[in-house]
Design a protein around this ligand. Structure first.
Ligand code: SF4
Length: 165
């Protein structure tokens, strides 16, 4: 069976981001993986119960998604509301979907407090990022799913080839 890939829905053109936009990535490999029916789209924030549009949110105090999952950090939106619970719920639903479809890999949009895998915003709402992962990316990694950012499509392809050999 070809390995399936959990993928951020906004990366495939679905307008589910906080501001109602998509983050479409046009890449020949994505088109190929779609044809091969490898891609399992999810928006963890919509799955967690958020609407579109919604206030932007960041993990507070430059903490990480793993700290949120451990109960040691919170996700706060731009109005100052604690939105940790729906972020964690969305991550759990994304994990369930990945496991149900036997996804060993995920391709997620970087920078997001859910999907970020390399860098996330620091909670100051000033545009500053720091190295770290969002809540969903962290939970997927905790369950052995390899997470790649949209800038790492070629690296993901290399892993697919490697695991198929
Ligand atoms: Fe895209 Fe992930 Fe943000 Fe949803 S949570 S809009 S899939 S980056």
């Amino acid at each position: 069976m070809v390995p399936r890939i959990l993928v951020s829905a906004c990366l495939l053109g679905r307008p589910v981001r906080y501001n109602g936009s998509a983050k479409t990535v046009a890449h020949a490999l994505i088109a190929q993986w779609q044809r091969e029916e490898r891609l399992v789209p999810v928006c963890p924030e919509v799955a967690g119960g958020f609407g579109v549009p919604r206030p932007p949110a960041e993990i507070a105090h430059a903490a990480s998604g793993a700290a949120v999952l451990a109960g040691a950090a919170r996700v706060i939106d731009a109005r100052g509301e604690d939105v940790t619970a729906p972020f964690v719920r969305g991550a759990q639903l994304a994990l369930e979907l990945a496991l149900a479809h036997d996804c060993r890999f995920a391709l997620l949009v970087d920078g997001s407090p859910s999907c970020g895998s390399r860098a996330i915003y620091d909670g100051s709402f000033t545009g500053h990022k720091h190295a770290g992962a969002g809540v969903t990316a962290a939970l997927l990694r905790q369950h052995g799913i390899e997470v790649f950012a949209e800038t790492e499509i070629d690296a993901l392809h290399a892993r697919l080839v490697q695991t198929a050999a």
